[in-house]
Design a binder for this molecule. Sequence first.
Ligand code: SIN
Ligand code: FE2
Length: 203
Amino acid sequence: MSIETIQGVPVSRGALSPEEQAALLTDLRAVAQAAPPFSPMTGWGKPMSVRITAAGRFCWFSDRRGYRYIEAHPETGQPFPPIPEAALRVWRTFETRADPDCCLINHYREGARMGLHQDRDEADFSFPVVSLSLGDPGLFRIGGTERKSPTRSFWLHSGDAMALTGETRLAFHGIDRIKFGETALLAGGGRLNLTLRRVAKAD
Ligand code: SIN
Ligand code: FE2
């Protein structure tokens, strides 16, 4: 896997081949069976447009009480399934000190987006957040560590991986829109994004 720098962000275009993407999707379907995707509430009491679930020890969660990481599925009460091996392999191309303990799985259906936010609820910011895109392209926007910092954007395609690390680890970022229906990877169309991270301190 070769890593290039796009707009200051390390990106591995085509980190997973089409065959690897299809195999990972099979694993992700099993994750979604065991841990059904849900729409967390925003701080304003409106459901988010993405549906999320997770693999690994932790899942990000949000409701009127605020946001936090949880260790049991909000509906089933069960722990989340293990992180698929292909996703761990992608993480290890960016970080080798320890494996992630959280793989958030975001599903963007038609019209879904993700507003600018920081990922700052993890214990150790020396670990990256590694993202892997599957399915329809998503327009990724990234700025600086202040909400008002100038932003730039680029498209993430199926199989692309990237990392928020170093200077960009705490940068505001989001997804402006997706090109719904551009790929046939997901049966119902749309985009899946996996974000791998270390929530707890590594031993
Ligand atoms: C996120 O920042 O949580 C998701 C980013 C993406 O969907 O690429
Ligand atoms: Fe994020």
